[in-house]
Ligand binder design. Structure first.
Ligand SMILES: NC(=O)c1ccc[n+]([C@@H]2O[C@H](COP(=O)([O-])OP(=O)(O)OC[C@H]3O[C@@H](n4cnc5c(N)ncnc54)[C@H](O)[C@@H]3O)[C@@H](O)[C@H]2O)c1
Length: 453
């Protein structure tokens, strides 16, 4: 099939590369000329495991092309995916400007009967607006489809190639049969294509992200409760996650959720409900909990250093909002860095893949370490913010020797509390009641290394 994908960000690039990989002829169009030029040279603007192989292979055989010419891409295509950004507006609503601009372009330049697919995450009712925008100039029949994307950054290629399910809001026979044919190679293992009406597909995407964000905030609240009552959230997590009705995924407490999707999608859903006279109070609480959680690692550092952060050197391990990506959008690490700088601390940051992105965002406000162990040398404390594999089994002797005080605040619960104590660290993590808590303990004078505060 001839496909156009408009927008070559995380989603557009993965969709385009994976559809080319299954034999389609794909043109990816983006208005960012610098990005397109790089992609034409097989230089990827993002870090996403496995994606470079697909892009290189399919460009080489001519099944995948990158262009800034949106009009030409649309004119060649039977199916056009809209995969541009839908950033939050000031009031929290999704900004649909880019989506509707592209819809207008599709209407002007389509040269045959076309299926127009919204891949971007858009509020319910957007497909109808897309149809109006396309229809203004369209000279051929067209079919609007809502096909929300559920890929996870860091595992995006696998998620697209082997999806749990494909959701398709399609309301004509033509669009249903075209989309079923396009997705057939990805659901050969029996994963379902779930056809539904367009409004339900649009709501499904937001409901999925809102449910996942809810699980995270729920566990972060449970973690806080555990700290107060001397329980261990890791045990609680396993205890509830083994219940089939609950399941083990997305039950890890941490420094709060970030990334380009959860924060913006929860906000947009709350806003969209409000427009319809409904208050999604659960999701408002999810958001508030997350906003508070993003300051928890700072609070624990402050506790460990007796409220004296001015002039302290703090090593921050991990800047990406999660492992296996260089995406720092809404990363809790950014909140921590802001809190630390505001408190007068000096930050030395490390991340295995996000340093270039970090330098772009943070510039000279912090120092950077190319190697993880360089970050801790001479630092007063280490804060772990991203669950990178390389942080899981470090040489603790080197870390202890390098730090001026053996303080580790682990925002991801990567380490064992007992072991850290035995090694002589003052160790703080999330939701383990045997450790000192931010709210139950007042700052006390310096404590001998290796004892509980
Ligand atoms: N990132 C994710 O993990 C993820 C997962 C599922 C869904 N989504 C949704 O997919 C959409 C895209 O997200 P993303 O992370 O890929 O965004 P992104 O910001 O990484 O990429 C968007 C791209 O669209 C391009 N663009 C903007 N206007 C354009 C126009 N008029 N014509 C051509 N190109 C244009 C931009 O230059 C940019 O390269 C969003 O709605 C997002 O919510 C994202």
């Amino acid at each position: 099939m001839n496909i156009a994908v408009i927008g070559s960000g995380y989603v557009g690039l993965v969709v385009g590369a994976c559809l080319a990989e299954t034999g389609n002829t794909v043109v990816c169009a983006d208005i960012d000329a610098a990005k397109v030029e790089k992609l034409q040279r097989n230089e990827l603007p993002i870090y996403e495991p496995g994606l470079d192989t697909y892009v290189t292979r399919n460009q080489r055989v001519g099944r995948l092309k990158f262009t800034t010419d949106v009009a030409a891409a649309v004119a060649e295509a039977e199916v056009v995916f809209i995969a541009v950004g839908t950033p939050p507006d000031e009031d929290g609503s999704a900004d649909l400007r880019h989506v509707l601009e592209v819809a207008d372009q599709i209407g002007r330049h389509m040269a045959r009967e076309t299926v127009v697919v919204t891949k971007s995450t858009v509020p319910v009712g957007t497909a109808a607006q897309v149809a109006v925008a396309v229809g203004k100039h369209a000279r051929f029949a067209f079919h609007v489809v809502s096909n929300p994307e559920f890929l996870k950054e860091g595992a995006a290629v696998d998620d697209f190639m082997y999806p749990d399910r494909v959701v398709l809001g399609a309301e004509t026979d033509h669009s249903r049969s075209v989309m079923a044919e396009l997705y057939a190679p990805f659901v050969r293992t029996g994963r379902p294509i779930i056809f539904m009406d367009i409004a339900s597909a649009e709501v499904t995407k937001y409901a999925a992200n809102a449910m996942l964000a809810t699980r995270i905030s729920f566990m972060n609240q449970m973690a806080e409760f555990c700290e107060h009552v001397g329980a261990n959230v890791d045990h609680v997590r396993k205890g509830i996650g083994s219940d089939e009705r609950i399941g083990p995924s997305f039950l890890f407490p941490g420094p709060g959720y970030g990334g380009s999707c959860f924060p913006k999608d929860v906000k947009a859903l709350v806003w969209s409900a409000r427009q319809n006279g409904i208050t999604l109070s659960i999701l408002e609480a999810v958001e508030n909990t997350n906003d508070r959680q993003k300051h928890r690692v700072f609070d624990k550092l402050s506790l460990a250093l007796h409220g004296k952060l001015t002039g302290r050197r703090i090593a921050v391990g991990g800047l990406a909002f999660k492992a296996n990506t260089d995406d720092m959008r809404e990363s809790p690490a950014l909140t921590l860095v802001d809190d630390l700088l505001e408190a007068g601390a000096h930050v030395v940051a490390h991340d295995p893949v996000a340093l270039a992105e970090a330098k772009r965002r943070l510039g000279t406000r912090v120092s950077y370490a190319d190697q993880a162990y360089d970050a801790v040398r001479g630092a007063d404390a280490l804060a772990i913010m991203t669950d990178w594999n390389e942080y899981r089994h470090p040489d603790f002797a080197v870390i202890k020797q390098s730090l001026t005080q053996p303080i580790v605040v682990d925002g991801r619960n990567l380490y064992d509390s007992e072991k850290m104590l035995k090694l002589g660290f003052r160790y703080f993590s999330i939701g383990r009641g045997s450790e000192p808590t931010v709210t139950t303990l007042k700052p006390t004078p310096a404590t001998p290394v290796g004892t509980r505060v």
